[in-house]
Design a protein around this ligand. Structure first.
Ligand SMILES: *Cc1c(COP(=O)(O)O)cnc(C)c1O
Length: 473
């Protein structure tokens, strides 16, 4: 299996090259040359597999340059009950007939990003050791991504993490999660500024190619193909649990921001998993709902991006959408480049509303979409609590809200749970008038000693800091 760029100019790459590069050199995203098909007999045989064994089977279809024994060991080391809270790793929870929640947030940072990031940590450690290389991961976070990356990389050989976050702007719980890590290779940097300042600094530091090469700066953002591939596994696993013993269709609803999570569902469907509908849920930042309803993709400006009570979905553009549009356009790299490079740069938008490829997109690819608001979120959290005795977080609530719009009585609908309520206590209090449940291992986390460096919103200050740390090692 080889990988090509959605913009057509980066040659054919091996899995581990795509893993380390992240973004392709032509600015496109790596996609597999073809999607391997999984037939019914294979799917049936997979019903009895544990999560790590299923992960190994699926990864094997895409990874050709890691020996199978090593790949199997990596999967088994990653998906353990100790790290993910239960032997099932990602159990289904039935809410009512035909409606399920797939638990994906029992990992170290209580959000679904652990499912992929934990695997990425082990893959990177393996590949860097094999190449005798080091990597300094630089990122910006407003919460979930940064902590998932840190918990995946802490203690890993050959990797350091420099994670920027806006000073005093994350929830107390999120700050405690990140800043209480005491591992030598994890460096929290609180920037005097907002999240956009952090992102700008990351762009400026990575844009200095000499610095980037000299200090081996890399990223682990959601466009990394390995992260996406890790997420494909839980669609198969959720499907197999919901359809016990019979082959039938099932649908998924996915709370979405950067289109990473649901893009993995698209890949699973292209592999032949019988997904009827892939329902995309947004919050008030509805750039993706607009695209799937109208065919018009219109990037929002900073001022048009709202701060909502499902903050991990507050996006102005969706970095993974390019992978889906590439398939939508019949894998035409020239046209993909035209839309994502030229048209987005010139107009901040592109329009496929009149294009024949968009007209039958819902039928061909199964996509549906919907949008949820703060009031919907609160009502759904309350309703799910009262009727099903289940507390869900605001992002998952956006999913449940939109799933109700697109459910059908004949088929299971699986809503992906993207975080646990404890991460977003204020909204839970507003909805339910009580504190969210807190998993025992997080008792008192806010009181632990914190390890964080405060720096001004200045790229040079961040460069100097990185240089000092790397040279001292
Ligand atoms: C990252 C995140 C999302 C959005 O996922 P994408 O892959 O960016 O679409 C939704 N909910 C939570 C809690 C998240 O952390």
């Amino acid at each position: 299996m080889h990988y090509v760029s959605t913009r057509g100019h980066s040659g054919r790459k091996q899995f581990c090259e795509a893993l380390l590069e992240g973004l392709a050199q032509d600015g496109g995203l790596y996609v597999p040359e073809t999607y391997p098909r999984v037939d019914d007999a294979t799917l049936d045989a997979w019903r009895s597999l544990s999560y790590p064994s299923l992960a190994f089977e699926i990864l094997s279809l895409y990874v050709s340059n890691i020996p199978p024994v090593d790949l199997k060991a990596i999967c088994e080391k990653t998906y353990t009950p100790e790290v993910f809270g239960s032997p099932k790793i990602s159990p289904l929870r039935k809410l009512e007939n035909g409606l399920y929640l797939q638990e994906l947030s029992n990992g170290p940072t209580l959000a679904f990003k652990d499912m992929a990031m934990q695997l990425l940590g082990n893959l990177l450690e393996y590949e860097l050791a094999r190449r005798h290389q080091e990597l300094n991961i630089l990122g910006a976070t407003s919460g979930d991504t940064g902590s998932a990356a840190e918990y995946a990389m802490c203690g890993k050989k050959g990797v350091r993490v420099f994670m920027l976050s806006p000073r005093r702007r994350m929830s107390a719980f999120q700050q405690a999660q990140m800043f209480s890590l005491q591992d030598e290779n994890i460096h929290n940097i609180a920037i005097d500024g907002v999240f956009d300042d952090c992102q700008d600094i990351v762009k400026r530091v990575s844009g200095d190619l000499e610095f980037k090469q000299r200090y081996k700066i890399g990223a682990v953002n959601s466009i990394n193909w390995a992260r996406l591939l890790a997420q494909v596994v839980y669609y198969f696993y959720g499907y197999l649990q919901a359809t016990e013993g019979r082959s039938a269709g099932a649908s998924f609803t996915v709370p979405s921001g950067n289109f990473g999570n649901i893009c993995a569902g698209h890949v699973a469907r292209m592999m032949g998993l019988p997904i009827s509908r892939l329902v995309l849920a947004t919050n008030e930042n509805d750039v993706l709902d607009e695209f799937f309803r109208t065919g018009i993709y219109r990037v929002r400006s900073r001022t048009d991006t709202l701060e909502t009570s499902s903050p991990s979905m507050d996006i102005s553009k969706a970095s993974n959408l390019e992978r889906f549009v590439f398939d939508l356009l019949g894998r035409d790299a020239g046209r993909t480049k035209l839309l994502f490079e030229d048209q987005l740069r010139e107009r901040g938008a592109f329009d496929l509303s009149e294009d024949p490829c968009f007209a039958d997109a819902a039928a061909r690819f199964g996509f549906r979409s919907g949008r949820s608001t703060h009031a919907d979120r609160l009502a759904t959290i309350r309703d799910t609590w009262e009727r099903f005795d289940t507390m869900i977080d605001p992002h998952t609530a956006d999913g449940v809200t939109v799933a109700h719009m697109h459910g059908s009585p004949e088929e299971p609908m699986i809503v992906l749970e993207t975080a646990l309520p404890i991460k977003f206590a204020a909204t839970i209090r507003e909805a339910l008038g009580r504190e969210p449940d807190r998993p025992e291992r997080f008792d008192g986390i806010e009181d632990l000693p914190k390890r964080v460096k405060v720096l001004p919103a200045d790229a040079q200050a961040v460069k100097d800091y990185i240089a000092r740390i790397v040279q001292a090692c």
